[in-house]
Write a protein that binds this ligand. Structure first.
Ligand code: LLP
Length: 385
């Protein structure tokens, strides 16, 4: 249950919908991740794309995490929030010249380069500025993440990374680029991965590619294995903090590295998903011959994941009465799209107009993917402390 009775009382009269962020849980999650990583001398760059809410970012920054960015604006945001430029990675298949130049000026930790052409462009722009760019080469490892196909990134058919067939050429281009310094290799196979065997397979591929470079006389200092650790969308109260120990253990065990080699991660979802919930009000209830509907004041404009990926989020009634009878509701939003549905046949205590409903595990890829479609209002949020 998200709120206790006292908290529920405080919510009376608060305008909905809003994102509710439990900052205590956020801190506990960050501490668990940081401790597990520090123990193994691993480095974490927080993937800003999961959530760039100012308050959340400043807490993450204050704990000493690096930042993983996918746009010039994310790089700028990280700098503004106080992330150390030396801990910023910049990824993405389509970095513009303007974005590359800005990041070069900040002397970020590394550009995760996704194609040979991009390598040449970074080299030329760095030469113009008299700079040397640190780059990691993103290799597409062709590992199946066994997750939703929209969030699988490491297969040959995906647009990400340098394909294996071009690596020989990429290595040659790297040798000829005087304004580029290869610091490492970068991989990322997908998101919401809960099967640790996927990460084990990734380690096997990383070892192969690392040896491939080393056999050609190229030393790899940084091995960046991306992000992707999943969270428990079904049981947020039972499993509020992902098992970071088990996750990092896989890499500790299966990744070959010598004393000098650094292992870096780009975690997003695992750090922020469980601390956020979308809280909404029932506007109307409706019963047809076959269906019962709860029509909420939040929709796909506030949380797009169910509409976009058929993603499951646990839905619960706030301050539920345990004696109320259970009804299977289709929980829908107000947007003029049939896909604007948070869940079908969701068993919930009988609800009425004005009741509060929480959609859980919405801290990652929730607020950041909100839109103004239907000219909806700007998203609001409340913090736990
Ligand atoms: N690194 C790279 C290169 C990535 O592409 C991503 C996510 C991450 C790190 C962070 O992955 P995480 O640790 O959060 O799984 N909007 C989708 C997820 C898209 C993920 C995109 N890339 C969703 O709502 O499920």
């Amino acid at each position: 249950m998200l709120f206790d009775d006292q908290q529920v009382e405080k919510l009376v009269g608060v305008e909905t919908p809003f994102y509710y962020y439990d900052l205590t849980l956020l801190e506990r999650t960050l501490d668990a991740a940081k401790n597990a990583a520090d123990k193994r001398n691993f480095h974490i760059h927080y993937a800003l794309k999961a959530n760039f809410n100012d308050r959340i970012l400043s807490i993450i920054q204050s704990k000493g995490f690096g930042a993983d960015c996918v746009s010039g604006n994310e790089v700028q945001k990280s700098i503004d929030v106080g992330f150390d430029a030396g801990k910023i990675t910049f990824a993405g298949v389509g970095k513009s010249d303007k974005e590359i130049i800005a990041a070069l000026k900040y002397q970020i930790f590394a550009f995760n380069v996704e194609s040979i052409q991009e390598l040449e462009v970074i080299n030329a722009l760095a030469a113009d500025l008299g700079e040397k760019a640190n780059v990691s080469l993103r290799i597409n490892p062709n590992v199946d993440a066994h997750t939703h196909h929209y969030i699988t990134t490491g297969l040959d058919e995906n647009k990400f990374g340098v394909p294996n067939s071009e690596l020989e050429q990429a290595a040659a281009v790297l040798r000829s680029c005087e304004h580029v310094n290869l610091v490492g290799l970068h991989f990322h196979v997908g998101s919401q991965i809960t099967d640790m065997n996927v990460f084990k397979s990734l380690c096997v591929k990383v070892n192969e590619w690392k040896s491939w470079f080393e056999e050609r006389g190229t030393y790899i200092k940084v091995i960046n294995v991306g992000g992707g650790l999943g969270v428990d969308y079904h049981a947020p109260d039972e499993n509020p903090i992902p098992d970071f120990e088990a996750y990092f253990d896989v890499f500790d065990k299966f990744l070959d590295r010598n004393g000098q080699q650094e292992v870096h991660f780009e975690l997003g979802r695992a750090l922020v998903a469980q601390c956020g919930s979308l809280v909404s009000k029932v506007l109307y209830t409706k019963s047809g011959t076959k269906k019962h509907f709860l029509i909420l004041d939040a929709g796909m404009t506030e949380l797009m994941r169910p509409a976009l990926y058929q993603a499951y989020h646990k839905i619960e009634k706030v301050g539920a009465d345990q004696y109320a009878k259970t009804i299977n509701y289709d929980v829908v939003g107000p947007i003029c799209e049939s896909s604007d549905c948070f869940g079908k046949e969701v068993p919930l205590p009988e609800s009425k107009r004005g009741d509060l409903i929480a959609v859980r595990t919405a801290g990652a890829y929730g607020e950041v993917m909100a839109s103004r479609y239907n000219l909806r209002e700007e998203i609001r949020y409340i913090y736990s402390k």
